[in-house]
Write a protein that binds this ligand. Structure first.
Ligand code: URA
Length: 210
């Protein structure tokens, strides 16, 4: 873990991360996108199949839904820092040509990856972090986090690691993962609820800007 560097040096270092066994089968480390000046950081679970190939987070169907929901509340995705709790794609595969099936990361994968997330958020010091889904919520709030119970309200963001610069930890908002909207029976309802949660994020950002 490089000390005192910026996002670029973290990204470079994470390329060779062997902190858990996921690095082996994955194509590459998927670190983050977005400006280091971002006031909003979005944290997902882990890269999916398309993200693993592209090397960038949220470029597949979940990312497109997320972009649409952000746009509805007036947030431009290109203004956001976008990352994941786990930086490698975890999947199962029945043979070399078979489809790669997403597997939810275990707690120890999140634990192994947490130094990266802590370091990113320390460098960024955003006004607000939005945790997309249970894995991100638990990475940021601990194992007791529950998306359905905690979603949609501003929470104080606990320190992930001691900050030598002594900065504040800002706000945290939990919402569902966009993939869960895509899988839901009531897609329209779940999408509307995601947008409502993101409205809380947009209101905070505009209040803090003013
Ligand atoms: N799901 C995530 O949690 N992250 C991505 O980058 C893509 C899909």
């Amino acid at each position: 873990m490089p000390e005192g560097g910026g996002i670029t040096s973290l990204r470079e270092a994470a390329r060779g991360c062997l902190g858990c066994e996921l690095a082996g089968p994955a194509t590459q480390t998927v670190f983050s996108t977005g400006p280091v000046t971002a006031r909003l950081a979005l944290v997902g679970e882990q890269p999916g199949d398309q993200e693993d190939r592209a090397g960038a987070p949220f470029v597949g169907p979940a990312g497109r839904l997320l972009d649409r929901a952000l746009a509805e509340v007036g947030i431009d995705r290109s203004d956001c820092y976008v990352t994941n709790a786990v930086k490698h794609f975890r999947f199962s595969q029945d043979g070399p040509r078979a489809r790669r099936i997403h597997q939810t990361p275990e707690a120890w994968h999140v634990q192994a990856c947490r130094p990266w997330l802590s370091a990113e958020l320390r460098v960024l010091d955003p006004v607000l972090v939005v945790a997309l889904g249970a894995t991100a919520a638990r990475a940021l709030l601990g194992p007791a986090a529950r998306v359905r119970r905690d979603r949609g309200r501003l929470l104080a963001r606990p320190a992930l690691a001691a900050d030598p610069a002594g900065r504040t930890d800002g706000w945290l908002l939990v919402t569902v993962h966009p993939s869960s909207v895509l899988r839901a029976q009531d897609q329209a309802g779940e999408y509307a609820a995601l947008v409502e949660d993101l409205r809380v994020a947009a209101a905070l950002l505009s209040e803090q800007a003013g």
